[in-house]
Design a protein around this ligand. Structure first.
Ligand SMILES: [Zn+2]
Length: 89
């Protein structure tokens, strides 16, 4: 069975392949883990603009609860990028 993960925005539980994975590098900068194989703690978010927007709002209001130490600005940039990936579909 594939590992089940939880979306940081809507808390939905799904197969990890259904999510985008974001990890922090050793300078706390957010990076998209496209192949989901970077050996670092990461967060998962649905490939859904609603979840991306709600996480962006939470960051802007300083209300994010994520378990990894990550730079907010770089996380916003990554979310921006992921949002564009979705629009292109
Ligand atoms: Zn979600």
């Amino acid at each position: 069975m594939e590992p089940i993960r939880c979306c940081v925005a809507c808390k939905a539980r799904k197969d990890k392949k259904e999510f985008f994975r974001i990890v922090a590098d050793n300078e706390k900068k957010a990076i998209i883990d496209k192949n989901q194989n970077i050996n670092s703690r990461g967060i998962y978010i649905c490939k859904d603009k609603k979840c991306i927007e709600s996480l962006k709002k939470a960051i802007n209001k300083n209300k994010v609860k994520i378990k990894i130490d990550i730079n907010d600005c770089s996380l916003l940039e990554v979310l921006e990028e992921l949002g564009e990936v979705i629009w292109e579909k």
